[in-house]
Structure formats: structure tokens, C-alpha cells
Ligand binder design. Structure first.
Ligand code: SF4
Length: 888
């Protein structure tokens, strides 16, 4: 929706998904309908939203919500649940010590929630066993920044993207993972045709639509590529000697290591499997352009050499002094909306609060005094993968999981589930009742979610924004900060956790950041520590540090002073290491994992929105056509993918954009949406030795055809129990659920089987059916009055009619005679269109509509498609796909 169409009293809040941190205007009408629009005043997005943000209003329904506390599946009062958690933790701590318990938290928590979880664990329980799912997406960046800059400080601002002359996007499918920043870069390129964009990624992703140069490097060779750049910069006389001599250490050693591993562009090209011309062009562009921003994200971080990759990038910026000035700098795009807030409060097991260090005695003393805490964690705690290994081994006996779904998202996910099943006490704070992780919980605590929660978050450019509530608290659900405080009080820490409002928590967090700081630490928001409730409610988006009231800081390190002991930045000597996971004859392909355009994490929220499910309704593997052919797989078939750890069954998509030898599977699917789609069950729990970040992008796998006896799909107005169906996936449609199904055993009587599957009752039901029993072809449509209630199509192969026209019938109260005739064919009558797979989620424009319009109206650009069909004119997330369709 356009922001002008929203009522004047709309609430200014923030999108809960990715690290871009887009401002959102939200309003609720008298029928309780929620509308959203991009906030034109928010500096992160200036009114833009991507498809996920634009669909937020469709995800706020209470269906599937956890609304009451539960113990062992029985609803209980809050007091009973809180007593159970506090007593359970207290008993285990008494018997086994504080390191026998753990918290596993999330970048989806608000900063105030995060702050209290960290305070309770590190200052009052006395262990550092609190880690966050942000470990999975950006901990290599944290480690890399700290090694080079002395602090976990993102130097840049989003406006640097508009002021740059060269943007290098490495390990970042920005178009899908940070879509509004992609829109900003795209617009900057239109406004300034001299702006060059280089994309470094083994896959040709949608982001390459705006690339002047794409380097599809061999996975895992990033450090060689950037070491080669460092060498080249020196050889070309591009060292900024003034900056290097006055503000850095380590340049000489870094250059020696770089030259040893990457002596020439020819050697680099060979190692990275690139052409020498492309490598030279990249190096030449970087060398000759002063204003360079290098953006990096999960493709860099999620690696057993992730920290080295980050430092190899930072080295190039430090050698040229391209940091701390407008339009330049090394810029990490964070995964989650509040990954940065989590870093600020010490949500990682190797940090204290306010960017302080556990292994620094001064920091420990300062924090303990400020908190007036009885204890302070003296050693780093267990990082995410280690934590769940300790749970599996029985060393951790109680774990409290907040706002995340580790049974889906951690590597070796099946082992994570087994470990939690054995763990004596598993507490889960959640807003959704049924997730793969709530299934193994002893205690469920109902938490508030987006639209109900109150607090702050920090985005990738250090900008703190208010997440404001505009919906009532449903059922017994409560804020996470309240739940944590209540447990802390029951553990005997009432004085230290006597907060009345979320603003009390924020003030304390802000005050700690400035406590005895005197500019020694980067994170300082003491200028916000005196806000009263009204002022807290009114906080405008502001970039930290905020040392005086309301005054933010756009760019860091402008004065050449860094947070190392001698104030100088450090270039780090990088000796490239091969990734730990390597292929062999049994596992000859490399699995890369990542996000799709329209889904978020484990789909608990985005999976509710029909328009977000249409783009990718099923878990899939993307393969190069030659790799698919090599294992006898075709587009649309089902494949089994095996690693040494697990197995998934997914639909095959072939694409020339995929590098031969590498495959891609999205991270989103779980047991609520597919029978066997949890890709992290495949991923080896190998981690970067410095950051502890898992290597999600380099798992050796084998692919083979999955050959069931039959294939099919069904569309139905209610969710079904899929017990006994060998393969299934479920997607939410407009008024229906779409199931893709397959079975290993052919049914003897398909009509009876279909009735058993689809009929809650046979009253008032008409069946329209076709059966060829010998060929195992069956089509059945169940009608109530003249409305489609459900339909099922079964065939011996995966080649079945299009689902899109049938799906469109579910919004019709009554079918036309011609439509009834087309039901069993799955084809529209003459004069009606099958729109095909949805490309533009905002306006539900399908691929058939677009390709027909391109041909018949001779459309030549995405803008012309927008004028003709509206596709791509709202959030713009589908524009790269529109361009692909035009070029195809
Ligand atoms: Fe939300 Fe999209 Fe903005 Fe990310 S880019 S914060 S998902 S609207």
C-alpha cells in the first residue's frame, strides 16, 4: 500500500525480517485488518519495502499462535510455568554448576529482551553459555572487524552506497537477501551511470542483473582473490602510505602472505577458476576507484575460513585508506533485523555487554560493578554448534531457547533434535505453537511477536529504531523482557530485575554503554540514557554512537583512530586455507544453502502469506543442467540429496546460472511445510576456528533421482494430515493449501483413498472424477454446492497440469459451466487465462501473463512491463526476474 493511503495515526515501526531494518507504517482498520506501507521518513528505506515487508499485514493472524504457557503439552498459568523454569534451572545449577545450563537466543529478539537474557546469564547465573542464532550468519564478520579494527564496528552508512563509484558485492545475493538495499544500489546506478558494480559469487544470482562484472569464482577461493588484489594494489603503486604509516600496523606481513599465495593475476585466475581478463578487470576497477564500498554477507561469513575472508577484504581497504570517508569502506550486511542489537548487548558467548570482552578483566570488573552482580562470567561460553553438541553429550542439562528454531536452522539438524529430546529441561519462548523446536520442548512460554512487541532494534548501518506495537497482546502472550525478568526474580535476583517498563531496560542498557567509557569503547549510546518514557517512545532512527542527546554518527573512523590498544588498525596476514569440507567420489557435489526471495528463515511468519508462497511453493534443489543430466534428473523431477549427515527430498530446478559441480538448496523448509526438506540436516557441523560460524555453503553431497510409484498434487481449503504420504510439501494459497505429493506404494482404489484423504464429511459433497486404474491416473474434484472444496491429481510421472488456474477457482463462490468442464483437465475454458507461476508477488502477476504480454505487446523493458501489467511497480523484488524473462 502507498503511505499516502494509510490513516494519519499509523504507527511507525520496523520490519522484523532482515538487517536492512526498513521503517514501516502500520495501521489497523475497524475490522482489525492490518495495512502496511514503507515509512518515507525512515532513512534506511525512504518508503520502500520488499515483497516480504509489503506482505507483513497478511502474517499477523492468530492462527497457529502459542497463546498460553504449557508444561508437557498441558496449558498452565504463568506462575506455574515460570516456577517450573526457575526451579528447573536452579536445581541443575545447584547440582551441576552454572555451565550446565544455557540460553540460545535470536537476532529476532528486541535489544531490551536480548540485554536482559545476557545480563541474567553472564552476571547472575555466572556462565557465558548464552549464544545466538546470529552466530550462524555474521560471527565471522564480528571476529574479522575485531581483529582489524579492535572493535565490532561497521564503518559505513547506507548513503555510502549512493556516494560510491564502485560497489563490490561479494558473497551477497543482495537482490533477494537485502532487497531494499539492492533497490537503492539499482537506483544509484540509474542516477549515476558511472557507478560500477562487481558481483563475486559462484552462482549467477539475481543480483548479477545489475553487475558490470560477475566473477563466478570456485567456492572457497575468496581469500586468494583478495590476497591477489592486495598484491596488485601494491604493484600498481596504490598503497596509501600516509594512512598505512600513521594509522595501521601489519601491512608488510600482510603483503608478504598475499604475494606468497597470490603472486600474479594469472595464478589467482587459475586458483579461482576465473579468466585472467576478468580478474584483471576487477583489480583495475578497484585500484583506480577511490570511492569503493565492498559489501559482504553470508557467502563470506558462512565458511570454515570466514574470518580470514573478512580480513582479506579489510586488508584491501586499509592498504588504500578507503575507510571512514564518504562513499567507501568494508560494509557487512547483517542477516537479521536485530543481529546488530544482539552484538551490542553481548548476545554472543564470547562477548560481554556493550561491546566489552569477557577475557578483559577491566571489562568484567566494570560490568559487574555496574550491574551490582554477584558473579560475572570469567570465560567465554559455548558457541552455538558447541552448545548443541554439549546438549547432545548431556553436559548441558537445561536450555532456554528464545525466538528461534534450531532444530531447523543449525547444522547437523537431526542430531540437534536428538540432543534436545534427551535434554532434561528444554524451555522454548515462542509465538508459534507448532515448530520443529516446540515439538521437543518441556515448557512453552508464549511470547509477543511483531506488531505486539515494544522495544528497539539496530540495523546493518548501526541505526537504532523503535519497534512499536499497534496490536493488543493476544491470550496470555507476554514480552520476552518481562518473561526473562520474572524468571530472574524467581531465581533470587528481584532487585536487579525490577523493571516496570521496557524503557527502564533501555535506559540501563544505554547507561552501561557510557559507563566509564571516556571514548575507549566504540559502542556508546549514553546520550539516550536519560530518556523518559515519552522520549523513549518518540526516539527517531539514529546511528550509534550517540554521545550527546539525539546526535548520531553516520561514519566511523573518520579520525583514523581505531579501538586497538595503540589506536592503529591491523592488516592481518592471510594464508589461504582450503575449506574443511571437500568432495570425493561418494559426495561429488558442493551444496550451497541460502534464502529465497519471498521467504524468511523457517517460514513461521512468511509461510502464512499466500502471495509469498507462490514464488517458490516447494523445497527445491537448483542444479546445472549438466550435473542434472549426469544423474538422470530432469527439470521438475524429485531428487534425493544425501550428505554424510542426512538426507532431503526436493524438486529439481535446472539452471545455467548454477556453477557446474555446485548445487543450491534454500534454508526455509521444515517439518511443518515438507516431509523431508530441512536442508540443515545435511550440513556438516564444521566451523570457522576463530568465529565458530558454521560452514553452510560447502557441504559435499550426492544427488540421485527419487522414484516414487506415483506423483500428484492437491489443493484443499483446510490443512491435511499427511501421515502415510511418502513425499509432501505444503504452501499457503489464497483460500486454500497446495500440497505436492508422491507415494512409494500405488493405491488399489484411488477414489476411496482420495475420499479418505479429503473428506471430513461426505454431506452435500459432489465428486467430479476421472480414473484410469491401470495407468494409475486419477483426478478428482470435490464440490460443495457449486464451489470447489478440494481437488486431487495423481499420475505416474511428475508431469501434471498447471496448478495456477485451478488455484484461482478457490476464490470463486460459484463456478461457470465452462469452468466446471475444464476442472478435470486443469485447463481454463476459452477466454480465460492460466496466469502460471506467480512472478510479481505484490500484484499476483504470473509468468504466462508476462511472457504473453512481452510477445504480443512487444515489451522491451521492465518499466514497460510495469506500465502494461503493474508487475514490478511496488516493491521491485521481481524486477530482476522480469529482466531475465525479457532476455529469455
Ligand atoms: Fe523487511 Fe524487506 Fe526491508 Fe528487509 S528489505 S527490512 S525484509 S522490507
Amino acid at each position: 500500500m502507498n503511505s499516502e493511503n494509510l490513516p494519519k495515526n499509523s504507527v511507525k515501526t520496523i520490519c522484523p525480517y532482515c538487517g536492512v531494518g526498513c521503517g514501516v507504517l502500520a495501521s489497523v482498520d475497524e475490522q482489525g485488518q492490518v495495512s502496511v506501507a514503507g515509512d518515507p521518513d525512515h532513512p534506511a528505506n525512504l518508503g520502500r519495502l520488499c515483497s516480504k515487508g509489503a506482505a507483513l499485514g497478511e502474517t499477523v493472524g492468530l492462527d497457529g499462535r502459542l497463546l498460553h504457557p504449557e508444561i508437557n503439552g498441558q496449558q498452565v498459568e504463568w506462575d506455574a510455568a515460570l516456577d517450573k523454569v526457575a526451579n528447573g534451572f536452579a536445581d541443575i545449577i545447584r547440582e551441576h554448576g552454572p555451565d550446565a545450563v544455557a540460553f540460545y537466543v535470536s537476532g529476532q529478539l528486541l535489544t531490551e529482551d536480548y540485554y536482559l537474557a545476557n545480563k541474567l546469564m553472564k552476571g547472575f547465573i555466572g556462565s557465558a553459555n548464552i549464544d545466538t542464532n546470529s552466530r550462524l550468519c555474521m560471527s565471522s564478520t564480528v571476529a574479522g572487524y575485531k581483529r582489524a579494527l579492535g572493535s565490532d564496528t561497521v564503518p559505513c552508512s547506507y548513503e555510502d552506497l549512493e556516494r560510491a563509484k564502485l560497489i563490490v558485492l561479494t558473497g551477497s545475493n543482495t537482490a533477494w537477501c537485502h532487497p531494499v538495499l539492492f533497490q537503492r544500489i539499482n537506483q544509484a546506478k540509474k542516477d549515476n551511470p558511472d557507478l560500477m558494480v562487481v558481483v563475486i559469487d559462484p552462482r549467477r544470482t539475481t543480483t548479477c542483473e545489475i553487475a558490470d562484472l560477475h566473477l563466478p569464482l570456485q567456492p572457497g577461493t575468496d581469500t586468494t582473490l583478495f590476497n591477489g588484489l592486495l598484491t596488485y594494489l601494491e604493484q600498481q603503486g596504490e598503497v596509501n602510505s600516509l594512512f598505512v604509516d600513521n594509522y595501521t600496523d601489519g601491512a608488510a606481513d600482510a603483503l608478504v602472505a598475499a604475494k606468497a599465495s597470490a603472486p600474479s593475476t594469472a595464478e589467482v585466475a587459475k586458483t579461482c577458476a576465473l579468466t585472467e581478463a576478468d580478474v584483471t578487470e576487477f583489480y583495475r576497477l578497484f585500484a583506480r576507484t577511490e570511492r569503493v564500498v565492498t559489501v559482504f554477507s553470508q557467502g563470506v561469513n558462512q565458511s570454515s575460513v570466514g574470518t580470514d575472508k573478512v580480513n582479506s577484504i579489510l586488508n584491501c581497504h586499509l592498504l588504500t585508506g578507503r575507510i571512514g570517508r564518504p562513499g567507501m569502506g568494508p560494509f557487512s550486511f547483517t542477516g537479521q533485523t536485530n543481529a546488530m542489537g544482539g552484538r551490542e548487548v553481548g548476545g554472543l558467548a564470547n562477548q560481554l555487554a556493550a561491546h566489552m570482552e569477557i577475557d578483559n578483566p577491566e571489562h568484567r570488573d566494570l560490568t559487574q560493578r555496574f550491574w551490582q552482580a554477584p558473579l560475572i562470567a570469567e570465560e567465554n561460553g559455548l558457541k552455538a554448534v558447541e552448545m548443541f553438541e554439549a546438549i547432545d553429550k548431556g553436559e548441558i542439562k537445561a536450555v532456554w531457547i528464545m525466538c528461534t528454531n534450531p532444530v531447523v536452522s543449525l547444522p547437523d539438524a537431526d542430531r540437534v533434535r536428538v540432543g534436545l529430546e534427551k535434554c532434561p529441561l528444554v524451555v522454548v519462548s515462542e509465538c508459534i505453537r507448532d515448530t520443529d523446536t516446540t515439538a521437543v520442548a518441556d515448557v512453552l512460554l508464549p511470547a509477543l511477536t511483531w506488531g505486539e512487541k515494544d522495544g528497539t532494534v539496530t540495523n546493518s548501518e548501526r541505526r537504532i529504531s523503535r519497534s512499536r506495537p499497534f496490536l493488543p497482546q493476544p491470550g496470555d502472550a507476554r514480552a520476552d523482557w518481562w518473561i526473562i525478568s520474572q524468571v530472574a526474580r524467581r531465581l533470587g535476583f528481584a532487585d536487579a530485575f525490577d523493571y516496570e517498563t521496557v524503557a527502564d531496560v533501555f535506559r540501563e542498557h544505554a547507561a552501561l554503554s557510557g559507563f566509564e567509557n571516556e571514548s575507549k569503547r566504540d559502542f556508546d549510546i549514553s546520550g539516550l540514557s536519560g530518556l523518559d518514557r515519552k522520549a523513549y517512545d518518540a526516539i527517531e532512527p539514529v546511528q550509534w554512537p550517540v554521545k550527546t542527546s539525539g546526535e548520531g554518527t553516520a561514519r566511523m573512523f573518520s579520525d583514523g583512530r581505531f579501538y586497538t590498544p595503540n589506536g592503529k588498525a591491523r592488516l592481518v596476514a592471510i594464508n589461504p586455507r582450503a575449506p574443511v569440507n571437500t568432495i570425493d567420489d561418494n559426495f561429488p557435489l558442493i551444496l550451497n544453502t541460502g534464502r529465497t526471495r519471498d521467504q524468511w528463515h523457517t517460514m513461521t511468519r512468511t509461510g502464512k502469506a499466500a502471495r509469498l508462497s507462490e514464488h517458490s511453493p516447494e523445497p527445491y534443489v537448483e542444479m546445472h543442467p549438466d550435473d542434472a543430466k549426469g544423474v538422470m534428473l530432469k527439470e521438475g523431477a524429485l531428487a534425493q540429496v544425501f550428505s554424510r549427515r542426512g538426507e532431503v527430498i526436493v524438486r529439481v530446478r535446472t539452471s545455467q546460472d548454477q556453477r557446474p559441480g555446485s548445487i543450491f538448496i534454500p534454508i526455509h523448509w521444515n517439518d511443518q511445510f515438507a516431509s523431508q526438506g530441512r536442508v540443515d540436516a545435511l550440513v556438516n557441523p564444521v566451523v570457522d576456528p576463530i568465529s565458530g560460524q558454521p560452514e553452510f555453503k560447502q557441504t559435499p553431497v550426492r544427488v540421485k533421482p527419487y522414484q516414487p510409484a506415483w506423483h500428484g498434487f492437491l489443493l484443499t481449503r483446510r490443512r491435511l494430515d499427511m501421515d502415510g504420504v511418502s513425499y509432501w510439501s505444503c504452501a499457503t494459497g489464497d483460500g486454500f493449501y497446495r500440497y505436492e505429493i508422491a507415494g512409494e506404494q500405488a493405491e488399489l482404489d484411488w477414489p476411496v483413498w482420495a475420499r479418505g484423504m479429503l473428506c471430513a464429511s461426505d454431506n452435500d459433497v459432489n465428486w467430479v472424477e476421472y480414473l484410469d486404474a491401470k495407468a494409475h491416473r486419477y483426478r478428482g474434484v470435490r464440490m460443495v454446492e457449486n464451489r470447489v472444496e478440494s481437488c486431487i491429481f495423481i499420475a505416474p510421472s511428475h508431469e501434471l497440469p498447471s496448478r495456477s488456474w485451478l488455484a484461482g477457482l478457490f476464490v470463486k463462490e460459484s463456478l461457470l459451466e465452462d469452468e466446471r468442464k475444464g476442472l478435470l483437465l486443469g485447463k481454463p475454458p476459452v477466454g480465460q487465462e492460466d496466469v502460471g507461476r506467480i512472478v510479481c508477488a505484490c500484484f499476483s502477476v504470473g509468468i504466462n501473463t508476462i511472457t504473453t504480454a512481452i510477445k504480443e505487446q512487444n515489451l522491451k523493458s521492465a518499466e514497460e512491463i510495469g506500465l502494461a501489467l503493474k508487475a514490478g511497480t511496488n516493491c521491485g523484488s521481481c524486477v530482476p526476474e522480469l529482466k531475465s524473462l525479457l532476455s529469455a
